[in-house]
Ligand binder design. Structure first.
Ligand code: SF4
Length: 483
C-alpha cells in the first residue's frame, strides 16, 4: 500500500445531518455561508508549501463519495474537520469513514464546540486524534510540519499520549496578527461564489460573499461561546480590508460583502479609514455589518452609508430590559431604539437579532419583546431559539435554570432544547410562531419586502423558486422532515 502524502491536507465542513434532509432544509437554502475558517487555514498552509483541498458538505451535502475519492487520490496525512455542536456527530461519522479508507490518516477537529469541550472531544471517539483549542492556522501548520513527530510542543492542541492519557497543551500565547494572513483560499471552495448564498433579502446584488475582518469580542454575554477567538479584539487594518474587498471584486466579481465580524465598528478609526478608501477609490461594492449600539453614532453611520453600507444588524435579543440585564452588559433599550431609528434615518437598512427562551423568559417578557420590536423601524429581523452551547458562561449552571435536553444534533438555535422554569415547550413553540406571523402581518413589513423587488431582485428570484417551502416553514416552524 502507498504511504500517505505528508504534503497533502484535506479540510472538511460537514453538513451536520442526514443528506436526505438537505433538499428539504429551507434554512440551508436561504443561507449557505462559505466556510471562511477552513479557507483561511487552507491559504495559510498553501503559503507554506502544502497542498489543501476543501470539501464543503454544507454547500454540497452528498459528501461521502467525494470524500472517499479525494482520500484515495490525494492520500492526505491530515484531515481537518470544522464542526459545531449540531454537526459534531456527523463529523465523527465522516472521520470514521476517512479512517476506514486510510487508517493512518490523522484526524484533527476544530471549531467552537471543540474549543469549548477540549479533552471531552477526544474522549468521545477514538477516531479523533487531535482537538484544536483556539484558532486553527498555526496549529494545523505545526501538525503538518512535524511529519508524525511528538506534538507536545504545539500550543492550542489536545492530544492522546502513547499510554492513552489525554494531554492539553493549553491555548497558544502567540495570537495571529491578522494582517499577516493571506486572504482566504476562496478558490478552493467549489462553485464559489455562486454556490454560496447570503440570507434572502439581506443583500442588494449578486454575486456576494461573507468576509471576516476581525476576531474576538471583549464583551461577555451569558449565551455566547467565545472559546475560539476569546476576549481580545484583533482586526485587519483598513488598508488590508480595502485590498481584500478589491481582490474579491477583481477575482470573483463580488458586488456585496457581509462582514461576519461580531463587532465591525468596535475600532472606530479603522472603520473611518476604510470608509474613506471606499469613498475615494470606489470599488462599486456595498456591504453589511453587525454593530453594538455603543459603537455607532450619526457621523459614523453617514460615513458608512456614503461608503456603501446597505444593512446593519444589531443584537436586541429581548425587549425585556430586566431579563436582558441578567445576560449582557450595558443594557439600555431606549438607547438601542434611538440608535436603530438614527441608522434608519441615515438610509441604512436595519436588522434586529432576537432570541426566545433565555433563562428567566416568560410569556410577559416575550410579549414585551414583540411590542418593542414592532415599535421599531426595523427592516428585517431574525428570531433564534435560545440554545445553551458548551463554552458559553451560562452553560455551566444551565440545569438550575430550566429543563435542558442536551441533544447535540438539535442544538442549532432552531429547537427549544432548553425550556426556562415556568414555561412549557409547546407554549414557547406557539409564541415563536405568533412572533413571526405578527411580524409578517404588518403592512409596513409587507411593503418593505415588496420594495425588495427592485432593491434585491436576486432575493425575490430565490424566494419565488422555493416559495412553497418558505411558507411551509413559516407555518410549521420545522427545519426539515419531522424534526
Ligand atoms: S453576543 Fe456579541 S457582544 Fe456578546 S459576547 Fe458574543 S460576540 Fe460579544
Amino acid at each position: 500500500m502507498n504511504a500517505l502524502n505528508d504534503k497533502n491536507i484535506l479540510l472538511l465542513h460537514p453538513l451536520g445531518y442526514k443528506v436526505e434532509d438537505a433538499a428539504q432544509d429551507i434554512s440551508r437554502k436561504a443561507n449557505i455561508m462559505p466556510p471562511l475558517g477552513l479557507a483561511s487555514i487552507a491559504a495559510y498552509l498553501e503559503r507554506e508549501g502544502f497542498h489543501c483541498d476543501i470539501l464543503d458538505g454544507y454547500a454540497y451535502p452528498d459528501v461521502d463519495q467525494p470524500l472517499k475519492q479525494l482520500l484515495r487520490q490525494q492520500r492526505p496525512a491530515l484531515l481537518g474537520v470544522s464542526c459545531t455542536t449540531a454537526s459534531f456527530h456527523d463529523s465523527v461519522r465522516l472521520a470514521q469513514l476517512a479512517k476506514a479508507e486510510l487508517p493512518e490518516i490523522e484526524v484533527v477537529f476544530g471549531g467552537s464546540h471543540v474549543s469549548a469541550l477540549k479533552e471531552k472531544i477526544l474522549e468521545f471517539s477514538p477516531v479523533i486524534d487531535y482537538a484544536v483549542t483556539g484558532e486553527g492556522e498555526q496549529v494545523m501548520l505545526e501538525l503538518a510540519q512535524r511529519g508524525g513527530g511528538d506534538p507536545a510542543q504545539i500550543g492550542g492542541l489536545v492530544w492522546r499520549a502513547a499510554d492513552g492519557s489525554l494531554v492539553n497543551n493549553g491555548y497558544r500565547s502567540d495570537a495571529l496578527v491578522l494582517d499577516d494572513l493571506p486572504f482566504p483560499a476562496y478558490e478552493k471552495l467549489a462553485g464559489y461564489p455562486a454556490a454560496y448564498k447570503l440570507p434572502i433579502f439581506n443583500y442588494p446584488t449578486a454575486p456576494n460573499s461573507s468576509c471576516i475582518s476581525s476576531r474576538g469580542c471583549p464583551y461577555s454575554c451569558s449565551y455566547c461561546d467565545r472559546s475560539v477567538f476569546r476576549s481580545s479584539f484583533r482586526f485587519n487594518s483598513a488598508e488590508y480590508l480595502y485590498q481584500h474587498l478589491k481582490y474579491l471584486q477583481q477575482r470573483f466579481s463580488i458586488r456585496h460583502i457581509n462582514f461576519y465580524d461580531d463587532q465591525f465598528t468596535f475600532h472606530r478609526d479603522r472603520v473611518e479609514e476604510f470608509c474613506q478608501m471606499m469613498i475615494n477609490q470606489p470599488l462599486g461594492m456595498t456591504f453589511n455589518c453587525a454593530v453594538r449600539a455603543e459603537h455607532v453614532d450619526r457621523e459614523l453611520m453617514q460615513l458608512m452609508k456614503a461608503a456603501g453600507c446597505w444593512m446593519v444588524s444589531l443584537g436586541i435579543e429581548s425587549g425585556d430590559e430586566l431579563l436582558l440585564s441578567q445576560h449582557r452588559q450595558n443594557v439600555n433599550l431606549d438607547r438601542l431604539g434611538d440608535t436603530i431609528r438614527m441608522i434608519n434615518s441615515c438610509g441604512i437598512r436595519t436588522k434586529g437579532l432576537l432570541m426566545m427562551g433565555l433563562p428567566g423568559e416568560n410569556e410577559e417578557s416575550i410579549r414585551r419583546s414583540m411590542d418593542y420590536v414592532f415599535s421599531l423601524p426595523l427592516d428585517d429581523f431574525n428570531l433564534a431559539k435560545f440554545t445553551p452551547f458548551p463554552g458559553s458562561p451560562i452553560y455551566d449552571n444551565i440545569h438550575e435554570l430550566g429543563t435542558f435536553d442536551e441533544d447535540w444534533p438539535k442544538m442549532d438555535c432552531m429547537h427549544f432544547q432548553f425550556v426556562p422554569h415556568g414555561m412549557e415547550k409547546e407554549r414557547l413553540e406557539k409564541l415563536f410562531i405568533e412572533f413571526y406571523k405578527s411580524h409578517f402581518r404588518r403592512h409596513r413589513v409587507l411593503f418593505g419586502y415588496l420594495t425588495m423587488l427592485w432593491k434585491s431582485p436576486d432575493s425575490w428570484l430565490r424566494f419565488a423558486g422555493s416559495a412553497g417551502q418558505f411558507v411551509r416553514f413559516a407555518l410549521s416552524n420545522k427545519r426539515y422532515g419531522s424534526s
